[in-house]
Design a protein around this ligand. Structure first.
Ligand SMILES: NC(=O)c1ccc[n+]([C@@H]2O[C@H](COP(=O)([O-])OP(=O)(O)OC[C@H]3O[C@@H](n4cnc5c(N)ncnc54)[C@H](OP(=O)(O)O)[C@@H]3O)[C@@H](O)[C@H]2O)c1
Length: 349
């Protein structure tokens, strides 16, 4: 299969650099352009590096220059595919313009997520929703919010028991606020019990992710989610404490089997960035932890792509657990790359 030319928008940011990591030496995609804002204009990727250098396995990428974003220029370059890590205010029009010029855009920004013509996809949860863009030349495929994605992965194996109400408290890493993010004096030695717009996003996105596709449109699921979102002084990964009500009494063995045997479309298709196990169940009483479990997932290309679930406790129809997922890998760049890999392998992009 011939590789596709891919450009990264917002390449100098935290998510953009995870795109560089995930797309380094990629079997399907070849990075042909990096775009950023005024802070990175004309600089080499290595000059604005925000990840450890070893993350970028394609070393020549480190000396690539970042261009100031000019959507007209990107359009004229006519890449096969665009990966967007733009701030939301910019993403809305920029992504729509590229899509209207027959360019597929895989985005992390929230600006276009809830549009009817934009599938909001976690490939292990609702890959069928990619049908919304089947047959189109240009379109947008969106990722969920970083907390919604981790939560959705942990809920999917429970859907067969009839998920109704979900209460979740998130403990979200500082990198979730982008770079440079929260002033260190506000987050060091501290916990901030508010993240602007975060709870609203989870409330809207989970019903769309678990919705059903009817006549080419998503009919939202009636799952209700009550989130409380908290910022904690951790560099990467969001930990979420979850309480789910299901339709009937369940046993610990049923839940353990559901998690341990969970596999989905990306695993069946053996996509390059698909973790062998999308959800890793830990039985130790003190797991998951950001320091130990952020980079969960195998093979190497899928490190950081698995959600880890632990502390599972059952009481009749109530399931309580803790889940952890990497916000800039599975919750952002890696999620988009997995969507694009799926569409590439199906010949849809
Ligand atoms: N961080 C997360 O965990 C996470 C998770 C899910 C989704 N997201 C979403 O992903 C997107 C990127 O987030 P991030 O955390 O990577 O943010 P970030 O670290 O602040 O990076 C923002 C990027 O956008 C570029 N940019 C800023 N203003 C620009 C302008 N006027 N024109 C062109 N480029 C401009 C920046 O370039 P310069 O460096 O040159 O300023 C940088 O490359 C956001 O929409 C965010 O909501 C983030």
């Amino acid at each position: 299969m011939e590789k596709m030319d891919a450009v990264i928008l917002g390449a100098s940011g935290l998510v953009g650099q995870r795109f560089c990591q995930m797309l380094s030496n990629h079997p399907y995609f070849n990075i042909t352009g990096l775009y950023g804002g005024s802070a990175s204009d004309g600089k080499r990727l290595s000059d604005v590096l925000k990840l450890p250098e070893y993350c970028i396995s394609q070393s020549e990428l480190l000396s690539e220059r970042i261009d100031h974003l000019d959507i007209g220029k990107v359009r004229r370059l006519d890449p096969d595919i665009v990966f967007s890590a733009l701030p939301n205010d910019l993403a809305k029009d920029a992504e729509l313009e590229l899509a209207s010029h027959s360019i597929p855009v895989f985005t992390n920004a929230s600006a276009n997520r809830m549009r009817e013509d934009v599938p909001l996809v976690v490939p292990e949860v609702n890959s069928e929703c990619l049908d919304i863009v089947t047959g189109k030349d240009g379109y947008i495929v969106a990722n969920g919010n970083c907390s919604s994605i981790g939560l959705a992965l942990s809920l999917k194996p429970l859907v067969k028991f009839g998920v109704r109400d979900v209460n979740v408290t998130t403990f979200q890493a500082a990198s979730g606020a982008g770079y440079p993010g929260i002033p260190s004096m506000d987050i060091m030695d501290n916990i901030v019990p508010y993240i602007q717009d975060e709870e609203e996003k989870i409330v809207k996105e989970i019903p769309k992710m678990f919705g059903s596709l009817e006549a080419g449109k998503v009919k939202n699921s009636d799952i209700t989610v009550n989130p409380t979102c908290v910022r904690v002084p951790v560099r990467d990964s969001h930990l979420e404490v979850v309480r789910v009500t299901v339709d009937r009494d369940v046993t610990p063995e049923e839940i353990s089997d559901a998690y341990m045997n969970f596999r989905s479309v990306p695993q069946e298709m053996q996509l390059p960035s698909a973790p062998v196990k999308p959800v890793i169940l830990r039985n130790e009483e003190n797991r998951p932890q950001p320091y130990l479990d952020s980079m969960a997932g195998s093979p190497d290309r899928a490190r950081g792509m698995a959600a880890t679930v632990g502390r599972v406790q059952i009481s009749g129809r109530i399931i309580r657990y803790v889940t952890l997922s990497h916000n800039t890998i599975r919750g952002a760049a890696g999620g988009s790359v997995l969507n694009a890999e799926l569409m590439f392998k199906k010949g849809m992009v």
